[in-house]
Ligand binder design. Structure first.
Ligand code: ZN
Length: 633
């Protein structure tokens, strides 16, 4: 229902009544209000007599309506759009929920009866009013409407300009024609994508409509346009910009170009695909100005980071980063390259694709179709007097042989392999045909990594664990299990009901010491695995992930997902590593508990003492959002 006119609120009197402000304060506020002409509520807030939030809550209580915290509320685009953008801005209102019989509308000023009447007329459905903070409302409106209306009108303009008979060849291809509607439209599409933080833009012609979809936070958002016939012009312009053959429409092509949007340098990787109703284009946006990657940001525990650093600063040798696709390997490699990137060091890379451009580094794009393979780039690179060589991937025997040789002849070689863990990686090189003694002397260190999703900080609670999880943990942890408490997210607006926000990397670092090198020389895999597990600094991925779960940073589900099948040796190993250490002095306990930030009775304390030994000192300080932002792989 509307806010009743009879119930005229004198918010000032109410505040005095409630003892929030004094009569004198009200009088001076009223005087100030007369001078400024603004509303009494705003005046009280300006004078610092009440916070905006308290004021709104009080107002809501007085009016008998609800206060909705939009900052923690996920607005559905389709619902918000029931109200056109201009009205939303003019009346400072936003549609929050739609039910069969009515709409819940958030208003920054629910006492504005004129606005209420206009909104009722406009929305053609009974409305219930809630009070919202104006800043939150404006943010939500900015986010939902973004530039979509502008895109729509530019599309229309372009549609009108293109007479049905005009072919693309007649379209001005001169870049100097900046005002051409197609250029304006594309610019707006890119600006919108950048301000929304989109990672990809999809342009998809359908039979009747043109869809432009953007991937934001991993989820596609759709924008449908009726101007189906502008698709050809858009796609052609994009192909032109990336140097592709615009007359070839039957075969997929890929290319790239660079644009500056909102003072940011965006590297665009584009690919086309012939669909039933025309060519579709997907563009991946790589922000080149999004701050430089560095090793501090990759969430590696401090002690491991110290050792990893020492390894990559070796004048020669090979350091490998391994893991399946999507494990963040590329991020780790780029962070390492950034650290090594100094004027006195020549760095050459062979990449497929070049995902991130680094100043001063000689980056080579592998192009297998013209014979420019990893092996060929690598061979050429070695004639260019490099200090450091990065090979995107050791894909075949030839590449790995040249890489290993380079590592033995005075170069630091960084590369990746598609293996599951650090231990199997060195052995994989031998399987690929390398001699054991070569691997033993070339390879210095191996990082294996995975990404796990981070637990939502707002809705996490104790995880009761299901039978399957309990059985798995029992296998891994044995009777240490009872010392653990795990957490999971229930789902809330903050995490879009998933229970997770952001991702973090879990690492395993294996340094090749004398024992390991010896096992490699003999190509003895059993001895190699045993020697790895004896290494004091080595900890398998599963255990590193379990630590995160024990710290409430991720869930058992995530740990199980990356841990895969657990072998007996690992179980025994973990049980040993997690055994209680009675010698631990009492005084070190306090700060650790505090740093871990959770106290749920005795069981929790035990857990922290036993398994999260050095969380406070060397635990990863992961800014999940920042980390997610520059994940590449
Ligand atoms: Zn949540």
């Amino acid at each position: 229902m509307a806010v009743s006119t009879q119930k005229k609120i004198r918010i000032g009197d109410l505040l005095v009544q409630k003892g929030v402000i004094s009569q004198e304060q009200l009088m001076s506020a009223l005087q100030a209000q007369k001078a400024s002409g603004s509303k009494i509520g705003d005046t009280l807030i300006d004078l610092g007599l009440i916070t905006a939030l308290d004021f709104l809550k009080l107002l809501a209580a007085q009016l008998g309506i609800t206060y909705v915290d939009l900052a923690n509320y996920t607005c559905r685009s389709a619902v918000v759009r029931l109200l056109p953008e201009a009205y939303a801005r003019r009346y400072k209102a936003i549609v929050i929920e739609e039910s069969e019989k009515d709409l819940l509308v958030g208003m920054a000023d629910p006492t504005d009866l004129y606005a209420y009447d206009e909104l009722s007329k406009m929305l053609k459905k009974p409305i219930r009013v809630a009070v919202v903070r104006e800043v939150d409302m404006m943010k939500a409106v900015d986010k939902i409407y973004r530039k979509t209306e502008e895109i729509g009108s530019l599309a229309e303009e372009l549609g009108e300009e293109l007479s049905p008979v005009q072919t693309i060849a007649e379209l001005p291809s001169d870049v100097a024609l900046k005002d051409a509607p197609v250029v304006k439209l594309l610019r707006t599409v890119f600006e919108d994508a950048v301000s929304a933080g989109a990672s990809d833009i999809h342009i998809e012609p359908d039979e009747q409509v043109l869809r432009i979809r953007q991937r934001v936070d991993g989820v596609l958002q759709e924008h449908v346009m009726q101007e189906r016939r502008i698709a050809g012009a858009l796609v052609s312009r994009l192909k032109l910009m990336s140097g592709l053959d615009i007359s070839e429409k039957r075969l997929p092509q890929d290319g790239r170009f660079n644009i500056r949007v909102k003072d940011r340098n965006i590297d665009v990787r584009l690919s086309t695909m012939p669909l039933a109703h025309g060519e579709s284009v997907v563009m991946r946006l790589l922000d080149q100005s999004g701050g430089s990657l560095n090793l501090e940001q990759i969430g590696m525990p401090a002690e491991m980071l110290r050792r990893f650093r020492a390894q990559i600063h070796n004048p020669h040798g090979m350091v490998l980063v391994t893991g399946p696709t999507g494990s963040g390997k590329t991020t780790t490699l780029y962070a390492a390259l950034s650290e090594l990137n100094r004027a006195e060091r020549k760095i050459i890379t062979a990449e497929d694709p070049v995902e991130y451009r680094l100043p001063r580094i000689n980056q080579v794009q592998v192009q297998a179709n013209i014979g420019l393979t990893f092996a060929r780039v690598l061979r050429a690179a070695l004639r260019q007097d490099p200090d450091v060589v990065m090979v995107g991937e050791m894909r075949d025997q030839e590449t790995s042989e040249i890489g290993l040789k380079a590592a033995m002849t005075g170069h630091m070689v960084l590369s990746t392999l598609h293996t599951n863990d650090a231990v199997s990686t060195a052995l994989r090189l031998i399987d690929m045909g390398a001699q054991g003694y070569v691997v033993a002397s070339a390879v210095k260190a191996i990082i294996a990594q995975r990404l796990v999703r981070g637990l939502c900080r707002r809705c996490q609670k104790q995880d009761p664990l299901d039978d399957n999880q309990r059985a798995w943990l029992q296998t891994v942890l044995g009777d240490q299990l009872r010392r653990y408490r795990f957490r999971k997210g229930e789902g809330c607006p903050h995490c879009k009901q998933t229970g997770y926000t952001g991702r973090m990397a879990v690492y395993e670092l294996l340094e090749i010491d004398a024992d390991l090198a010896d096992a490699l020389r003999r190509s003895d895999s059993a001895a190699f695995s045993a020697a790895a597990r004896r290494q004091p600094g080595y900890e398998p991925l599963a255990l590193a992930a379990l630590r995160f779960a024990g710290m409430g940073l991720t869930t058992v589900d995530e740990v199980m997902r990356i841990a895969g099948v657990v072998d007996e040796n690992l179980t025994a190993y973990i049980a040993k590593r997690l055994a209680p250490q009675p010698a631990e002095p009492e005084k070190t306990r306090g700060p650790r508990r505090e740093a871990a930030g959770r106290q749920e009775g005795e069981a929790q304390e035990e857990i922290l003492d036993l398994t999260l030994e050095d969380v406070a000192e060397e635990g990863p300080k992961v800014d999940l959002d920042a980390f997610d932002e520059f994940l590449l792989d």
